[in-house]
Design a protein around this ligand. Structure first.
Ligand SMILES: Cc1cc2nc3c(=O)[nH]c(=O)nc-3n(C[C@H](O)[C@H](O)[C@H](O)COP(=O)(O)OP(=O)(O)OC[C@H]3O[C@@H](n4cnc5c(N)ncnc54)[C@H](O)[C@@H]3O)c2cc1C
Length: 431
């Protein structure tokens, strides 16, 4: 059977995929599986975290909320639960995740595995919601990690790329169920960047999308619903995952045109923005319906988190570098905020960040674009998103992430034979 990630860039031909029925089967069979062992979620990471000549472990059968307590906000969930499934199950129990990213196709384990995040001042990644993890180690031992575990283990395990074991259960700290009001509108880029501090402080969640060859941005904000949003349209149910929306089809067509006729990139981006500039888009609804957006036109992505104080300047420099190199691209850059945390491998370890994401159309080689942007992001003391393409080596990561070496030591202690290490991950994490 062959396996490939969402973008199609990472492929495992003749893959052996083990799909345990339950955690008992996983515990029993783990010691005998062919290595390297790579747990997989929905395959939405762009980096080669999964490809293997050993065994891909698919825990999609471990799905659903196990228990939830609306009073404490604590919910224990099977780790293979897709966020799309998790949202309504939490909502039925009076809870919502405090924040989410652009899509809800990921599994909980996969999202935590790479530190997936949304935006919003004061809001951390999904890993920061995790209060406890049950994982099965390389030898089949069941291990529970929580705030009482020694050596700050919870902060090591809350973002672990599947290097410490296979997560089977996760305890999350959720918010009481809430509704959100979403607004998207076009602004001049210079104006939005000048006001970014006030904008980010004024809204629960705020982010910018900037087509690099146009001088306007899309500002998207999300706020708790109040009486002032009473006449905003209700959100429609989410389209089935993998449904191509009209926007996806339009993006594919525009991206294909730029691929073959790069000189039209600026006029296409300006036409798209002209079209959006006419109207302010608004909707309201339950948080789990508002956070995700359909994203089915395939792309590859790079993302770095840079210190919040230089986020705006770094975004401007990245756009300038792309323009100077005149690289063809359709997708807008995405600019978000991410709260600092204490998670060992987190790009936001010890500092508040802004994240800058660059996307290239799936069929187009991403390197010409990413090679232009990455030095700018690295020079800004950027740290890469683990699920998104980057060229950092072990020495670079060790220099940028204060707890990187401690993570490697813990990894070696829990998996001394390196059963979870593929060649890619061995280069990054083996001593
Ligand atoms: C269209 C699109 C939009 C995206 N939007 C965002 C966004 O808004 N914000 C953001 O931060 N990222 C975003 N991403 C990146 C994505 O959220 C991450 O790459 C995420 O890890 C994918 O989850 P997954 O379930 O597909 O996991 P996978 O990609 O399958 O796996 C990710 C990691 O988790 C590990 N893992 C999976 N299951 C387990 C388990 N049971 N136990 C231990 N380890 C496990 C894997 O080994 C791997 O290292 C986006 C990606 C795409 C394709």
């Amino acid at each position: 059977m062959s396996w490939q990630n969402w973008s199609g860039k990472q492929v495992a031909r003749d893959a052996t995929i083990f799909t345990p029925r339950d955690s008992t089967a996983l515990t029993r069979d783990m010691p005998n599986l062919k290595t390297p062992l790579r747990p997989v979620g929905s395959g939405h990471s762009f980096t080669p975290l999964i490809p293997t000549d050993g065994t891909i472990i698919d825990i999609s059968k471990l799905s659903g909320v196990i228990s939830a307590d609306a009073a404490s906000g604590l919910a224990t969930v099977q780790a293979g639960t897709q966020l799309r499934t998790l949202g309504p199950q939490l909502r039925d129990r009076g809870l919502n995740l405090p924040n989410q990213g652009d899509i809800d196709h990921q599994t909980l384990a996969g999202a935590i595995g790479t530190g997936t995040h949304g935006t919003g001042r004061g809001h951390g990644s999904l890993s920061t919601f995790v209060q406890g993890i049950t994982l099965i180690t390389a030898t089949g031992e069941v291990m529970r990690i929580d705030a009482d575990s020694p050596d700050d283990m919870l902060n090591a395990a809350r973002l672990n790329l599947g290097l410490l074991g296979v997560m089977t259960e996760v305890t999350l700290c959720c918010d009481t169920a809430f509704d959100l009001a979403e607004e998207s509108r076009v602004m001049r880029a210079d104006e939005a960047l000048e006001q970014w501090d006030e904008i980010a402080s004024a809204h629960r969640h705020a982010e910018l999308f900037w087509f690099p060859y146009d001088n306007r941005v899309i500002l998207k904000t999300l706020d708790l619903v109040t009486d002032t949003h009473a006449d905003w349209p209700e959100a429609q149910p989410l389209p089935a995952i993998d449904t191509q929306t009209g926007e996806d089809v339009m993006f594919e067509a525009a991206a294909t045109t730029i691929r073959f006729f790069p000189s039209v990139k600026q006029s296409i981006q300006s036409a798209l923005m002209d079209n959006l500039a006419g109207a302010v888009e608004r909707r309201r609804g339950p948080a789990q319906l508002i956070y995700p957006s359909p994203r089915n036109a395939r792309f590859n992505e790079m993302e770095y988190a840079v210190p919040a104080a230089i986020g705006v300047a770094t975004l401007k420099e990245t756009i300038a570098a792309i323009r100077k190199a005149d690289v063809p691209v359709l997708w807008p850059l995405e600019f978000r905020t991410l709260n600092g945390d204490g998670i060992w491998l987190s790009p936001a370890y010890g500092r508040d960040c802004t994240t800058i994401s660059i996307h290239q159309y799936g069929p187009v080689k991403p390197e010409p674009l990413f090679n232009v942007a990455e030095p700018v992001l690295q020079d800004a003391d950027g740290r890469p998103h683990w699920g998104k393409l980057h060229t950092m080596k072990q020495a670079d990561l060790s220099a940028r992430l204060p707890k990187f070496n401690e993570f490697c030591t813990l990894r070696d202690r829990l998996d001394p034979e390196g059963r979870f290490l593929s060649p890619y991950l061995r280069d990054l994490f083996a001593a």
